[in-house]
Ligand binder design. Structure first.
Ligand code: AHR
Length: 663
């Protein structure tokens, strides 16, 4: 969704429900009919800097506003530490840059020696403290007219009562110098995020600071790396690709604030950061190489979005000579990612620490360029397409003119037929269920489809069971049509759940400084991507129960004509190597349903099967920091599976039945 639409896309409504339970509901799986192939890239991840996804999220840096650029006038997130008061002051200082990319520093003036003074950083809604942990701190200092030879670096409780860890740093007076140190916590501390970071002294003088950084342990111990708990949640989804860097974040509100990959490379000293489009600045600590290493750590393919000469507030570059620098920039970016060290940009990547080229299959031109009212996208796309195809003939080129929430095949008129077209859907649960057959009759002669952003938007800050049911119904449709829908990814992926930290209300994975959890939608996705075959098995449903649904405003007035909706959504796939069959069934009603399964032509079936069930009692039920596993899949055994047998699906449940077919 575009910014500004976000607030209004929340529904102040509920749905009435009158369930007509059918007798003899039956699903017939026809193993004699050839089903379509399931795309090996069907389930992936989409990401951008929104909701403090990276800064204050996945990117493990703990210091907020580390280069003091978040506000040009005030050192936000920093405060002075002054035990007695009146002895110290802090302010931004532009007089002594450490380089021209980091022109502002934090100046601490200390009047008298003798009492403890310093600077405090609040972190991203706290600094998480855990026992037996090594934190890596680093910073630049220039100390003038001081009568000390050291500084103290510590992590302390917010009330100052507990010093969790502390170390001394010897000082060299008179010029900028970078200091690096380790801070270790003991085994007996109680984990908390009610803590802050302090650099202090008891000596008078003028101290200037810049690029102050603090890292806890990271996933795979990467320097400048990622939060392990969030990486583990992602890994467990078994994604196959990562779409980055956006989303709107790729485009920026204006050209001057777009994501510029060249400014995100190399040491942190070389990264100026930039104003993001989601209300806050980005440190660009999560730079292009970090995105690629994130892919490497998850063993997923990068799906690279390139800026296509369009900014969110409507500025655009006409195709032709003025667009050429953008096209060249994209070609260079692809070379940085894929080139060997004989190439200019591949060589730079090697020098940045990653000699081995990354493999990519897909490059995406822009983001939601269906919103471009100027009508310039077709020509812009053509210019990008021709240049990329000429230099990288094997790359699949994705168009972003696919639109958002459109009700039918939207293939726009294109001068060059894209290999793939990206379509986005943000809807409530009822709408997702209603449109679960969206792709059943789609144009098979057009480009392949990438559902590059989609979500059922119910629940805040992470989605609830109702949303998960909508998601699961929608996923049955994508999976059934996976010959056409070759890739899909949910958005937004991440949310820092603190007040003021997020811009989008409904998100997949929530966290604060210390804890993280998956929403019911997260578990629905995990079930769908973990249990997936390589061929769709055609299924025919009979006597499917329906419910009458009318959308109601909170004042009780009906705002849609009541509709009859199915209460069962389903898809089946088979792993043709192992023979395993995965039957996904979503019961969206508040009543249990008994289904007869008829596996026609399947051969000998093992009586031992497994069913994974994600369910709850009420649609609003959800997971949270305090109850992270309220709604999670439970595994049950079935011992009477056969070619024709019955399963009972619990109310409000998402089910994956895994069956073994004997060869
Ligand atoms: O997911 C949030 C935003 O929704 C994305 O940045 C944008 O592409 C879409 O409109």
């Amino acid at each position: 969704m575009k910014r500004g639409i976000i607030i209004t896309c929340m529904y102040l409504c509920c749905f009435t429900e009158m369930i007509l339970i059918a007798q003899n509901t039956k699903l017939t799986l026809d193993f004699k009919k050839t089903g379509v192939n399931v795309s090996s890239n069907l389930y992936g991840l989409m990401t951008e800097e929104i909701n403090h996804s990276y800064d204050g999220g996945l990117y493990a840096e703990l210091i907020k506003n580390r280069v003091f650029k978040d506000d040009p006038k005030v050192p936000v997130s920093w405060k002075v530490y002054d035990e007695i008061g009146g002895n110290a002051s802090i302010q931004l200082d532009y007089s002594q840059p450490i380089n021209n990319l980091l022109p502002v520093c934090l100046k601490l003036d200390v009047k008298n020696s003798g009492t403890r003074v310093g600077i405090i950083n609040e972190g991203y809604w706290g600094i998480p403290i855990t026992p037996k942990t090594t934190y890596k701190a680093s910073f630049y200092v220039k100390a003038d007219e001081v009568d000390t030879v050291s500084l103290t670096v510590s992590i302390e409780s917010n009330d100052g009562a507990i010093i969790y860890t502390s170390a001394q740093v010897p000082l060299i007076i008179g010029s900028w110098k970078k200091y690096e140190l380790e801070l270790n916590t003991s085994a007996n501390i109680i984990p908390t995020s009610l803590a802050h970071f302090v650099i202090s002294t008891i000596h008078k003088g003028t101290y200037r600071f810049n690029l102050i950084s603090l890292f806890p342990p990271t996933y795979n111990n990467r320097s400048n790396g990622n939060r392990p708990d969030l990486m583990r949640l992602l890994a467990e989804m078994k994604p196959t690709f990562l779409r980055f860097p956006g989303g709107n974040y790729l485009e920026g509100d204006y050209f001057s604030t777009r994501y510029q990959w060249k400014k995100t490379l190399g040491p942190l000293e070389n990264r100026p950061g930039h104003q993001g489009c989601w209300e806050y600045r980005s440190s660009d600590g999560m730079g292009l190489l970090e995105f690629l290493e994130w892919c490497e750590d998850l063993n997923v393919e990068p799906v690279l979005g390139v800026n296509a000469g369009y900014a969110l507030k409507g500025d655009y570059i006409e195709a032709g000579p003025f667009l050429k620098p953008f096209v060249d920039d994209a070609l260079e970016e692809i070379e940085y990612v894929t080139g060997d060290s004989q190439t200019k940009w591949g060589d730079l990547r090697a020098k940045d620490g990653h000699p081995k080229p990354f493999k990519i299959k897909y490059v995406e031109i822009g983001n939601e360029d269906g919103f471009d009212q100027s009508g310039s996208y077709d020509k812009r796309f053509t210019q990008f397409y021709d240049a990329i195809r000429a230099k990288y003939p094997n790359l699949q080129i994705i168009s972003t003119a696919g639109g958002k929430d459109v009700a039918g095949s939207m293939t726009p008129v294109c001068t060059r037929k894209p290999d793939v077209i990206d379509e986005h859907y943000y809807r409530n649960s009822l709408e997702m269920q209603e449109d679960a057959c969206h792709y059943d009759n789609y144009d098979r002669n057009g480009p392949k489809i990438f559902v590059g952003e989609w979500a059922t938007i119910e629940g805040e800050p992470t989605t609830n069971l109702s949303a998960a049911l909508g998601d699961a119904a929608w996923m049955t449709g994508m999976e059934r049509n996976s010959d056409l829908v070759i890739m899909s990814c949910y958005a937004p992926l991440f949310v820092n759940i603190n007040t003021g930290a997020y811009q989008c209300k409904c998100n997949l994975i929530g966290y604060d400084a210390k804890y993280s959890y998956g929403s019911p939608s997260y578990y629905a996705q995990k079930m769908f991507s973990n249990y997936l075959g390589d061929k769709v098995v055609p299924v025919v449903g009979e006597n499917i129960s329906v419910q009458t649904m009318a959308e109601k405003k909170s004042d009780g007035a009906s705002i849609t004509t009541p509709k009859q909706m199915p209460t069962l959504f389903y898809v089946a796939t088979q792993n043709t190597t192992t023979g395993n069959v995965y039957i996904k069934m979503v019961n969206t009603s508040g009543t249990s349903q008994t289904i007869t399964l008829d596996l026609k032509g399947a051969g000998r079936i093992s009586p031992h099967a497994t069913i994974f069930v994600l369910r709850g009692d009420k649609l609003e039920e959800t997971n949270s920091i305090s109850e992270p596993e309220k709604i999670i899949p439970k595994k049950e055994s079935i011992n009477n599976a056969s070619n024709v047998f019955c399963v009972t699906l619990k109310p409000y449940s998402i089910n994956v039945l895994q069956m073994e077919i004997k060869k």
